[in-house]
Design a protein around this ligand. Structure first.
Ligand SMILES: Nc1ncnc2c1ncn2[C@@H]1O[C@H](COP(=O)(O)OP(=O)(O)OP(=O)(O)O)[C@@H](O)[C@H]1O
Ligand SMILES: [Mg+2]
Length: 139
């Protein structure tokens, strides 16, 4: 899908959010500044959460309550700075992963390693022809 602006990316994210039932882990791939956090912000808003999905440079993990069902909370992880299995263990992800009322969104899943987190869906954001355009692939 082609997005020509931040607003279009958030709309695509809102459409995608409609396919989430709870229990999913979604991986976000794309270079720095691709728009992963922007997409997640659109998704979090569409699912009813009030908190903004900021680019969590220092906060590795944020939990956003939606006040709705079936997805009662969204867990947003930016794994960019995680390096060791202990870093991942310390997040306490086992509390969230696989919970039917929770969706887990992971930026930079490769930093966590495929063995630790099994992802159900992938959103890949690629640079487009100009500075505001992006190609968004959803698997
Ligand atoms: N079509 C678009 N979709 C998404 N973001 C866009 C688009 N056009 C321009 N932008 C801008 O690109 C930037 C994307 O930043 P964002 O923090 O979402 O990227 P990121 O992939 O999460 O980066 P990081 O890897 O550093 O976490 C924002 O400044 C946003 O305004
Ligand atoms: Mg980001």
């Amino acid at each position: 899908m082609l997005s020509n602006s931040l607003i279009e990316t958030k709309k695509i994210a809102a459409d995608f959010s409609g396919s989430l039932k709870g229990g999913e882990v979604v991986a976000f791939e794309g270079e720095i500044g691709a728009g992963k956090t922007t997409f997640i912000q659109g998704l979090v808003e569409a699912l009813g959460a009030e908190g903004l999905a900021r680019s969590p440079t220092f906060t590795v993990m944020n939990v956003y309550p939606t006040g709705r069902e079936p997805v009662k909370q969204i867990v947003h992880i930016d794994a960019y700075r995680l390096r060791t299995p202990e870093d991942i263990f310390n997040l306490g992800l086992e509390e969230w992963i696989g919970r039917p009322d929770t969706v887990v969104l992971v930026e930079w899943p490769r930093m966590v390693g495929e063995a630790e987190i099994r992802t159900d869906r992938t959103v890949r954001i690629l640079a487009g022809e100009d500075s505001d355009s992006r190609e968004i692939e959803i698997e």
